[in-house]
Design a protein around this ligand. Structure first.
Ligand SMILES: C[S@@+](CC[C@H](N)C(=O)[O-])C[C@H]1O[C@@H](n2cnc3c(N)ncnc32)[C@H](O)[C@@H]1O
Length: 240
């Protein structure tokens, strides 16, 4: 995977022997546990490295992420599943603290196992729904950044993310090219209601022609109104 690691380095991902070892081990654990838990459709090693790991750390290219990394911020991964993008990010940026949240207990148990096996002291796994976490004291308004991949449409994701962000904090949404159009318009409208505004788009291509990606960034510019998030299930049933 030398060429994939080289692409990560070119994008500005901090890299050491330990980073490389942890990524390899995470790949092994995903493949091993996948047989029992059905964690990912991608099992071939190179495809996993490109579509999961390289895609996760592509955030290194976004200038706003460098601010988060520099300040050793606190980041929530919304609907982290088996740990994407949170685990590769926590492997790369050891001075940033991560909370990986998911509503599926078995996926959270897998992530807890990964944290222990890899010795990732900068990550906590949390079994919760975002609609509940967004109302929890100590959690609401306490994050410098939120990241999310393959969880929901952007207007839904923003209702999960905005309540978690401190003023000035940012949401980084991992999307495909289909974001550009109706989804983007809906997201911008939802952001306005939530006290956030668009803060740039970064497009990039994965190696081996594995696809184009769009990273949509939003910044929290006003406190998120208290009525958000609405109760569990409402954001996805009646998106803003
Ligand atoms: C398709 S998986 C994607 C997982 C991972 N982010 C990835 O890119 O591989 C979506 C995950 O979001 C979680 N999820 C969906 N809605 C959620 C909510 N409201 N609160 C917490 N987790 C949620 C699901 O349990 C599921 O594990």
């Amino acid at each position: 995977m030398r060429d994939v690691l080289d692409q990560m380095i070119a994008w500005g991902v901090p890299m050491s022997d330990e980073t490389e070892r942890r990524l390899r081990r995470y790949g092994e654990l995903l493949a091993e546990w996948n047989e029992r838990l059905n964690l990912t459709a991608i099992v071939e090693t190179r495809e996993m490295w490109i579509k999961h790991f390289l895609d996760s750390v592509a955030i290194a290219q976004v200038p706003a992420w460098r601010d988060v990394a520099k300040r050793g911020g606190r980041v929530i991964d919304i609907g982290s599943g088996a740990g994407i993008p949170g685990i590769p990010l926590a492997i790369g940026w050891r001075s940033v603290s991560f909370v990986l949240c998911d509503a599926s207990r078995k996926r959270v148990q897998f992530v807890e196992h990964v944290i222990g096996d890899l010795g990732l002291s900068n990550v906590k796994a949390l079994h919760a729904r975002m609609e509940e976490l967004g109302r929890q004291p100590g959690m609401r308004g306490s994050f410098d950044a939120a990241v999310a991949r393959a969880v929901a449409r952007s207007n839904v994701l923003l209702e999960y993310a905005a309540p978690m962000l401190r003023l000035g904090g940012r949401a980084f949404l991992y999307k495909g090219p289909s974001y550009l159009g109706e989804e983007e318009q809906d997201a911008v409208r939802a952001a306005r209601l939530l006290g956030a505004r668009p803060d740039g788009l970064t497009t990039y291509a994965l190696m081996d022609d594995q696809g184009e990606r769009v990273m949509a960034v939003f910044q929290q510019v006003e406190p998120c109104p208290k009525r958000f998030p609405r109760k569990p299930g409402t954001p996805s049933r009646q998106p803003l």
